[in-house]
Design a protein around this ligand. Structure first.
Ligand code: FES
Length: 170
């Protein structure tokens, strides 16, 4: 139903095509699974790695190559918070806003990120370099506060480190 809604309400770019690289990567994954539906998340990650986010057109293209309904692909994409359905920056900053990080002061860290990046949580910087997002517990509560930038985890994070850290990802 979601995809039907997308098609009715938005102009879907019918020119969208997976690249040969994306197709090869997805087809290699398909060989490892009996059920192509099990490849959905891998396919989404492959496409997102190239394009930074998953558009409606990408959902349809992945549906096509896997032979899985677009609704099923959409459900997987929506379920995983690592899959972005809107454009994001080159680097994703996630701050843990769960209880232990709250107690240990994530709010001060968030304030400083917002200050230096000149955005609010959930937004992307004008230069497209950073997107700032909350996340639930990252499983390192004993070393909180915890933030992640892309795949990198920073434990016992201190707001005094923010500028140095941002420089590293520019
Ligand atoms: S509450 Fe932040 S890592 Fe667990």
């Amino acid at each position: 139903m979601m995809i039907n809604k997308i098609i009715k309400t938005r102009s879907v770019n019918i020119e969208f095509k997976l690249t040969d690289f994306e197709k090869n990567e997805i087809e290699n994954k398909i060989k490892n699974y009996e059920n192509p539906r099990a490849v959905s998340i891998e396919a989404l990650k492959i496409v997102q790695k190239q394009r930074l986010w998953i558009s409606d057109e990408a959902i349809l293209a992945i549906s096509d190559i896997l032979g899985v309904s677009a609704i099923d692909i959409e459900e997987v994409a929506t379920f995983y918070n690592q899959i972005f359905r809107q454009p994001v920056g080159c680097n994703i900053i996630r701050y843990c806003d769960s209880i232990v990080c709250f107690i240990n002061g994530y709010e001060g860290i968030l304030d400083m990120f917002e200050h230096y990046l000149k955005i609010k949580s959930g937004e992307t910087t004008k230069d497209g370099l950073f997107t700032l997002l909350p996340t639930c517990c990252l499983g390192n509560c004993d070393q909180s506060p915890v933030i992640m930038i892309n795949e990198d985890v920073y434990l016992n994070f201190k707001k005094t480190k923010i500028l140095t850290l941002l420089d590293k990802y520019k």
